[in-house]
Design a protein around this ligand. Structure first.
Ligand code: FMN
Length: 171
């Protein structure tokens, strides 16, 4: 049995149980990337990616207000979203830990916006910041996809019930 998520129930709302419930929604895993004012490229792992609109192409992802990367991703005018390949657990570890998460020049390329794009990804979306919206403890970041690239026939990394899994390609 689950709990109620309304205000009156706030004291007894079990965050862990709620997270576990949401864990049943399997997702891919993405690395979002942007440059800081000094031109260093930063990355961060997210699984909150959603395609909002196809025409025009708009995506969103959600950034925790508590994240040290909050100023970077809210100030940037362009960012990329990179859908990770299967077997990239080391990359996930490096780009979800605390502290600087710097992408090296040999890991990235540039497309239209100039934002850093991960060279080895199942797909990469090169985005211009569209708008941001504060919702609860996250900022929702909307991006206009101005360019993209995709590799077909490559297995993707998945995240399901707190575990990394391989999403097998049918092709
Ligand atoms: C599978 C996975 C998905 C994640 N998804 C998100 C997300 O959608 N939004 C977010 O803000 N952080 C997400 N995180 C957490 C960040 O990757 C990172 O661990 C966190 O921001 C670290 O705190 P810091 O930014 O203060 O250094 C996710 C982490 C993992 C491992």
């Amino acid at each position: 049995m689950g709990g109620m998520a309304d205000e009156a129930d706030k004291d007894v709302f079990d965050q862990m149980a709620y997270r576990r419930a949401l864990g049943g929604f399997g997702t891919g895993v993405a690395l979002v990337a942007a440059d800081d004012a000094q031109g260093r490229s930063h990355g961060m792992i997210v699984n909150s990616l959603t395609s909002v609109s196809l025409d025009p192409p708009i995506v969103l992802w959600c950034l925790a207000l508590s994240s040290a990367a909050f100023p970077l991703f809210t100030d940037c005018t362009a960012f990329s979203v990179n859908i990770l390949r299967a077997g990239e657990e080391d990359l996930v570890k490096a780009f979800s830990r605390k502290g600087d998460r710097i992408l090296l020049p040999d890991q990235i390329c540039r497309m239209e916006t100039g934002a850093p794009v991960l060279s080895a990804a199942v797909a990469s979306l090169d985005c211009r910041m569209r708008r941001r919206q504060l919702e609860g403890d996250h900022e929702v970041i909307f991006g206009d996809v101005v360019a993209y690239r995709a590799e077909h026939g490559v297995d993707a990394l998945g995240f399901f019930r707190g575990q990394f899994v391989t999403l097998k390609t049918g092709a």
